[in-house]
Write a protein that binds this ligand. Structure first.
Ligand SMILES: [Zn+2]
Length: 446
């Protein structure tokens, strides 16, 4: 997802003349009321206020940076029968501090960027037949399940991925980092008989449902089929796939180094676009991921990862509280603050307990660079409801690295995400126009 152009109080003022002729504005009452509608000064509720604290200063810079981002484009024909195809692209980029230091943070040379991305990026694209397009002999329901499975197994262009995303999925789902990994997948809803009995034995990618003998893919564990019918899939299926593929992309180098050369992980920062969270049924991966960070920590490897939120309620909240915050500080909201001040929920439920694998925090590096980031926490694999700096894994080194990867192009922007976004962006390459033509060429074949 690209960075947003300036948010906050920088919208041009609405011109009164445009509204002047409307009768409603001429009403005395309306004029009086409008005069009383002031922009409020943001006031926090008593009892839960933002507590900014100084960022640690004693960390060491992490030299190798991996970043990931994805993009999605839904091509929908506005005319009957309203064919809809979704294209999804996700990218993984590796850069080191030396390469980053050579890039001009204000006006980066596009050729230097291109060379950097060409040498160090992996990407993967796929397409889903969402509605009113079909694959010979299959319902869309089964076709999409197969596309999901084949997409995770994709070799990428030039075999660059070599099926690495599937290996990573199995590594997480079967918790292969353990001396004794899981003997089978956690039970999930069978796509055929719908009973919550589907599973696969250790390391298998497909098999049969023990109840109905229907074919099961490992990717069925995400439960995306639950929102589909035989011939209809909502756009959410494609964006959920994007969330899964971004997650598998960023965990691929983690798995690689964990298996081959663990100590390299001490020198890496993994940067993901968006929150460290998997929604709804995708959250099946969140608990094992939390357990991995904990396990790695117990083995003396503090894996440094951040997710950056560039939109949403936490981002909007930062616009309210960030300006008054001191430079070089952070604020880690607890559950009470999140529910009351950010989500505006009157509940004692724990926000994100099932879905998140990182705590959310606000960071103010300087007046221009304020951001919402997520950092994995360590507390025996449990969700941490009142996280402190001590819970955030490798926080000191993350903080020492952030100043080196800031981009001056957008407020709070991180260069590795900006670069990954350039690669993943479907609207720039291949162009949306190309995709439309492609989608068009294949219609009417039946
Ligand atoms: Zn079944």
């Amino acid at each position: 997802m690209p960075y947003q152009q300036g948010k906050g109080n920088r919208l041009p003022p609405e011109r009164a003349s445009k509204l002047g002729h409307l009768e409603v504005i001429q009403s005395e009452l309306v004029q009086k009321l409008c005069k009383s509608f002031n922009d409020p000064e943001f006031v926090e509720h008593a009892g839960s206020v933002s507590k900014w604290e100084a960022l640690p200063k004693d960390g060491a810079e992490l030299k190798i940076i991996f970043s990931t981002d994805g993009s999605i484009q839904i091509i929908e024909n506005p005319n009957p029968p309203f064919k809809a195809i979704a294209f999804v692209k996700s990218a993984l980029l590796r850069v080191d501090q030396y390469a980053i230091s050579k890039i001009d943070k204000d006006t980066p040379n596009p050729f230097a960027l291109r060379d950097l991305m060409k040498e160090s990026a992996l990407y993967h694209s796929t397409a889903f037949p969402l509605r009113n397009v079909y694959i010979e002999g299959k319902t869309n329901y089964d076709a999409i399940r197969e596309v999901l499975f084949e997409s995770v197994k994709d070799k990428g262009l030039n075999d660059s991925l070599e099926g690495a995303m599937m290996e990573t999925l199995k590594w997480i789902a079967y918790e292969k980092w353990l001396d004794v990994p899981k003997t089978e997948l956690e039970k999930f809803g069978c796509p055929h008989c719908e009973k919550n009995v589907a599973t696969l034995p250790f390391n298998e990618e497909k098999g049969k449902c023990p109840e109905c003998n229907g074919e099961i893919f490992i990717t069925d564990m995400f439960g995306l089929h639950q929102s589909m019918t035989d011939d209809y899939a909502p756009n959410q299926v494609a964006s959920d796939y994007m969330g899964v593929s971004e997650t598998l992309m960023i965990f691929t180098p983690i798995r690689f180094y964990w298996e081959k050369k663990r100590e390299v992980l001490r020198n890496c920062l993994f940067v993901k676009d968006g929150p460290l969270s998997l929604r709804a049924t995708l959250a099946k991966l969140s608990a094992p991921i939390r357990r991995f960070f904990e396990f790695a920590k117990s083995k003396g490897i503090d894996v440094a990862m951040i997710g950056q939120e560039k939109t949403g309620q936490f981002f909007d909240h930062l616009q309210l509280i960030g300006n008054a915050a001191p430079v070089g500080s952070c604020f880690i909201p607890d559950n009470k603050y999140i529910q009351e001040q950010i989500k505006h929920n009157n509940t004692t439920a724990i926000y994100g307990a099932d879905t998140n694998y990182g705590a959310k925090l606000f960071v103010k590096m300087n007046d221009y660079h304020k951001m919402v980031i997520n950092v994995p926490t360590g507390q025996r694999g449990e969700f941490v409801t009142s996280p402190s700096q001590e819970h955030l894994i490798n926080f000191k080194n993350i903080v020492a690295t952030l100043p080196k990867i800031l981009s001056n192009k957008f407020e709070g922007a991180l260069l590795p995400i900006e670069l990954a976004n350039k690669i993943a962006s479907l609207s720039t390459y291949p162009s949306a126009k190309t995709l439309e033509l492609f989608a068009d060429k294949h219609k009417g074949n039946h």
